[in-house]
Design a protein around this ligand. Structure first.
Ligand code: IMP
Length: 428
């Protein structure tokens, strides 16, 4: 999608996450100069397969696997420093040289162990099915204006004061929530003291770095985590994550103005999955849900939880197209549908006697809608070796045409397997 006038692109998930954004960013990064993660944290698990090796990236942008690409963790991310360095070390062990090309916004907030304790305690009463990585509590501290930012580590005495208040508050909350867990100030202080000397040298004014790169005409990818239906404003609230996963969040979370962004690629699976609680209108009944899960390997990259699986929901993708301003689609995992005789696609919902073409704000209503299906013929042939659209069976092409027509967005990429060479770039 990069061309002369399009040098700054956002890649977002247009469903409930796990659409294969990491794989797309990895392929697009081949042509990029800079890749930026703009929200979320270690709750993400971007899986990229190169040859026989699989990489799962949680906080480091998927562009890191391409030598020379500069990777930036933006201010909108909540960074779990320990996991971040474990990821960097793991990459080093696998001969991925990250020296001098990874930067962390000095405005990014930290996720600390007490955030995870609070996340776990909160799950006992408000069962959202979070990843348990402390994401919600860390964003609560950010918006409560008491968070600890990367820049605070430049002056450890300042970080220690913030930490003392944070630990004390967390322990009060844990007690209130009936949890027997308590956070230790000494352990937290020791953690920051140990990690600060590694983190501070990577800290940068990331917004400035990204702004300059776009202004100089370099190719910049803004990589979203999770999916649009998990966006704290536009998702199936309260069953959402705590950040703005949608394209608007990309400008804020990367630290640039929205007018610098030229295009938004929405990644969708050829069907639908969701992990965690909350409504999933097109969840497939047995045995199809189980078949999709097995064929698609639908188990969470971070938590290992089985993903709930269902048919493609055009109401969801139309909505994602609108709230993100999508300019292109990437349809992933088409090959997972290779063995189905018939493939239902949800075109709209019925709610009582009414037809409903838009996503309702009330999560309870979404739990009661009846998906209206159109059933398309399957192709019952393997597609994994297709390298051009023309190599796909006619039924598979018709299926893709229908998804594009229902979503109102043209497909720019189609993936038929996990490897880099199994991504078809759509001409034009
Ligand atoms: P949290 O982000 O850990 O607070 O979890 C909130 C909701 O978002 C839960 O339903 C999680 O399962 C979901 N979630 C968070 N990260 C991901 C992801 O990377 N893929 C899919 N779902 C996610």
């Amino acid at each position: 999608m990069f061309d002369a006038g399009t040098t700054c692109l956002v890649v977002v998930g247009a469903q409930w996450g796990d659409e294969g954004k990491g794989k797309l960013v990895d392929v697009l990064a081949e042509r990029a100069d800079v890749v930026v993660r703009y929200q979320g944290g270690a709750n993400a698990g971007h899986t990229v397969v190169i040859g026989d090796s699989q990489f799962i990236l949680r906080q480091i942008p998927s562009g890191i696997l391409h030598p020379g690409v500069v990777c930036v963790v933006g201010n909108g991310v909540v960074l779990e420093p320990e996991t971040f360095f474990a990821e960097l070390d793991h990459l080093a062990q696998r001969q991925v040289d990250t020296t001098g090309r990874i930067f962390v916004s000095d405005r990014a907030h930290l996720v600390l162990p007490y955030h995870k304790l609070l996340d776990a305690a909160s799950e006992k009463s408000q069962k959202l099915g979070t990843t348990g990585r402390g994401i919600g509590p860390a964003y609560e501290d950010k918006y409560g204006r008491r968070g600890i930012r990367v820049t605070d580590l430049r002056r450890l005495e300042c970080a220690r004061a913030l930490l003392a208040a944070g630990v004390e508050r967390a322990n009060r909350l844990l007690e209130l929530m009936g949890s027997s867990e308590r956070a230790s100030f000494e352990e937290h202080a020791a953690l920051l003291e140990r990690l600060a000397p590694r983190l501070v040298p990577l800290a940068a004014d990331a917004g400035l770095l990204v702004h300059r790169a776009v202004r100089e005409g370099r190719r910049v990818l803004l990589e979203g985590a999770q999916g649009s239906l998990l966006d704290v404003d536009h998702g199936t609230y309260p069953y959402v994550t705590s950040s703005n996963t949608t394209a608007g969040g990309a400008a804020v979370g990367a630290g640039i103005g929205p007018t610098l962004i030229h295009g938004v690629l929405g990644v969708v699976k050829a069907y639908t999955t969701r992990v965690g609680n909350g409504p999933l209108p097109t969840e497939a009944p047995s045995p199809f849900g189980e078949q999709l899960r097995q064929l698609g390997g639908e188990f969470g990259a971070v938590t290992g939880r089985p993903r709930r699986c269902g048919w493609f929901d055009a109401t969801v993708v139309r909505y994602a197209a609108r709230v993100n301003g999508l300019t292109g689609l990437a349809v992933t995992k088409l090959d997972v549908l290779d063995t189905f005789d018939e493939i239902p696609v949800c075109t709209a919902y019925a709610l009582g006697a009414d037809r409903c073409e838009e996503m309702p704000a009330e999560v309870e209503l979404l739990g009661h809608v009846r998906p209206q299906y159109e059933v398309l013929p399957g192709w019952r042939r393997p597609t994994g070796s297709a390298r051009r659209l023309a190599d796909l069976p006619a039924e598979a092409r018709a299926y893709l045409d229908r998804l594009q027509a229902l979503s109102g967005v043209p497909a720019r990429y189609v993936s038929v397997g996990t490897r880099r060479d199994q991504i078809i770039e759509v001409e034009g």
